[in-house]
Design a protein around this ligand. Structure first.
Ligand SMILES: *Cc1c(COP(=O)(O)O)cnc(C)c1O
Length: 349
């Protein structure tokens, strides 16, 4: 290994800053399972009011917020409609079955967004779907598999209106929703108005060490607490996590624009090199999805980039992904762009 390590595998690799860690000691703590941790309560109240909802619940991970949402909305035997490429469909469908006794019905995407005609057809004729009733519809924002695509506010609203017509709740998996909102200039409250529940991650671009927040109505959150307890997800002095979360909300939302901008610059550099095809085109948030024009050589590319200290994410071959994050400045991302673009001729015909 030579040169610096520029780690663009994900924004989950961000480390809590000194200031964030210092914030922990300045917040009061209590037993959050008894709703007595003032810092957890503060984070939850801020989260709910930001997204114009009644209540929120701090949980361990994004996966857990989604699973608790499914468990709170659905009866056993229900169907969860999800975007085909989504985290819920691809990475959590076993959890959906095992925990809630439900099944994921994946719907295709059209240019990264849920095909609304297909959603409507499913809701009109649920008997055609796995023989059950639809308990929940979910969408993702940003759309991870589409390379951090923004799910535009008007499109979320369209999906929500269809769901309302059929009396089915809509859950937004907003693990990276702030990357989208700052870029689109959308108020979180307007996004909250387009769904029945949503979640955002503290541990991705927001830079906290862990934690995700589930948001919805008072009634929904009280059911969510039961589901959380069922999973053993109740925490005690979780204010240590919430303090990082409050710090992140106050300091790290606006700066996501920098990550988005750095991803755009990286995308341009890769395109200009003539060696890569951009799959997230245009780059909208903090991810660049790309592939080698000669895809057979992905393994060699990885060898060389590892050697030169640039870490990226090797998805299903031949898809490559670089995720910008607060660990790396514009200068470092530009350097990564040069290194990736200058991979030696032996890789490229
Ligand atoms: C990361 C991610 C999750 C899961 O979050 P974890 O905290 O890793 O469990 C869920 N959905 C999407 C879209 C994600 O990107």
């Amino acid at each position: 290994m030579s040169g610096p390590i520029i780690d663009l595998r994900s924004d989950t690799v961000t480390l809590p800053s000194r200031e964030m860690l210092a914030a922990i000691s300045s917040f009061p703590l209590g037993d959050s399972l008894r709703d007595e941790d003032p810092t957890v309560n503060d984070l939850q109240e801020r989260s709910a009011s930001m997204f114009n909802k009644e209540e929120a619940l701090l949980l361990i991970s994004g996966t857990m917020t989604n699973q608790v949402a499914v468990n709170s909305w659905c009866r056993r035997g229900s169907i969860v409609i999800a975007m085909e490429s989504s985290h819920i469909a691809r990475k959590e469908s076993v959890s959906v079955s095992a925990i809630s006794g439900c099944s994921v019905y994946p719907i295709e995407e059209e240019r990264g967004l849920l095909k609304t005609e297909e959603l409507r057809a499913c809701l009109e004729n649920p008997e055609n779907l796995l023989g059950g009733t639809v308990g929940l519809v979910t969408i993702e924002n940003s759309v991870n598999a589409a390379g951090g695509l923004i799910y535009p506010l008007v499109k979320m609203r369209e999906v929500h209106e269809i769901c309302r017509e059929f009396g089915v709740p809509l859950h937004i998996d907003g693990s990276r929703i702030f990357n989208s909102l700052v870029e689109e200039g959308t108020d979180p409250g307007d996004a909250g108005d387009c769904c029945d529940s949503l979640t955002y991650c503290l541990s991705k671009g927001l830079g906290a060490p862990l934690g995700s927040v589930l948001i919805g109505s008072t009634d929904f959150i009280s059911r969510a607490k039961e589901s959380r307890n069922l999973l053993g997800g109740g925490m005690r002095q979780a204010g240590v996590i919430a303090a990082c979360g409050i710090y992140a909300l106050e300091n790290n939302i606006e700066r996501l624009r920098d990550d988005n901008e750095n991803a755009r610059l990286l995308g341009e550099a890769l395109r200009e090199s003539g060696k890569f095809q951009l799959l997230s085109d245009p780059v909208q948030t903090n991810m660049v999805l790309f592939s080698l024009i000669d895809p057979v050589k992905t393994g060699k590319l990885q060898e060389e980039l590892d050697e030169r200290g640039v870490l990226i994410d090797y998805r299903r071959d031949p898809v490559l992904r670089a995720v910008t994050n607060m660990n790396h400045s514009r200068v470092e991302v530009e350097e990564a762009g040069r290194i990736i673009s200058s991979t030696s001729g032996r890789l490229i015909r």
